[in-house]
Write a protein that binds this ligand. Structure first.
Ligand code: HEC
Ligand code: HEC
Length: 212
């Protein structure tokens, strides 16, 4: 990672209210470490029991696609899970046992995994309505093609499972995802279940974003 990019990440970090203090016992910030994808492949072995070796998770929405996600996004989520900022009792012990270097390495590995167009989709009935919602309320942050924005820790959403996104949006709206973005919450708090279904279906069908 170039130093200018690293600096902007640190600035974004300082500006992110939901960010907890440095996670690890030894105080190192995994975002500042250079990830080694090869080492990360070994670290990821234990993770693949749930997330699968492919990083594609499950279309039933219990496990997200982690393949190809922005490295900084993956690290932030792991840190949030580790610090209890994002509730995830099943993964918590695994996040707890990772060193900062292992976080950086496993994120580098997950980023190299390939996205698939075989992700779970919705019914296809309200995709047009979902597209209109996305255009109006989501595009400004998640990007025209759902590519996200690594410098702002905004996740890429292309190739993600419909049911996972639908569930996350429902949980955020209900105030159950503690690390949810506050400005995003303002947008979705008045959404109906049908709105959430439509926009999730639309996103699940976006062409896969190209990796940077
Ligand atoms: C026992 C199952 C389990 C194991 C093992 C596990 N995870 Fe997870 N992980 C989950 C679940 C479930 C979620 C989604 C939680 C939710 O729905 O909020 C998740 C979420 C994540 C996310 C956030 C993805 C996103 O899009 O926000 C990352 C990153 C992640 N896991 C990385 C890892 C890594 C790296 C390991 C290995 C060190 C690991 N996980 C081990 C169950 C597991
Ligand atoms: C103000 C910027 C902003 C807007 C507007 C916004 N989002 Fe987000 N979104 C974020 C950020 C930042 C995160 C990551 C939050 C975190 O760290 O947990 C996120 C997370 C998500 C996630 C969870 C991804 C994952 O891997 O767990 C989904 C799904 C999502 N957004 C969908 C949407 C949809 C649909 C809309 C429009 C209705 C929307 N967002 C509008 C900033 C935004």
């Amino acid at each position: 990672m170039k130093s200018a990019k690293l600096l902007s990440l640190c600035l974004a970090l300082a500006a992110t209210a939901s960010w907890a203090s440095p996670p690890a016992a030894d105080g190192a910030d995994p975002l500042k470490l250079k990830g080694n994808a090869k080492q990360g492949e070994e670290v990821y072995e234990v993770c693949s029991g749930c997330h699968l070796a492919s990083g594609i998770g499950r279309s039933d929405g219990t496990l997200p696609v982690v393949a190809g996600q922005h490295t900084a996004v993956l690290i932030k989520q792991m840190v949030d899970i580790r610090t209890g900022h994002r509730d995830n009792p099943t993964m918590y012990p695994f996040a707890q046992s990772m060193t900062p270097q292992e976080m950086a390495d496993s994120a580098a590995h997950m980023h190299t995994l390939k996205l698939s167009t075989k992700n779970g989709k919705g019914s296809g009935k309200n995709v047009k309505q979902g597209g209109a919602i996305y255009e109006k309320d989501c595009k400004s942050c998640h990007g025209a093609g759902g590519e996200g924005d690594e410098a702002k820790f905004i996740p890429m959403l292309t190739g993600q499972h419909f049911k996972y996104m639908q569930r996350q949006l429902g949980e955020m709206r209900a105030g159950k995802r503690k690390n949810a973005d506050k400005d995003m919450l303002k947008v979705i708090k008045s959404y109906s279940d049908a709105d959430i279904e439509a926009v999730s279906d639309f996103m699940s069908r976006l062409p896969l974003a190209k990796k940077k």
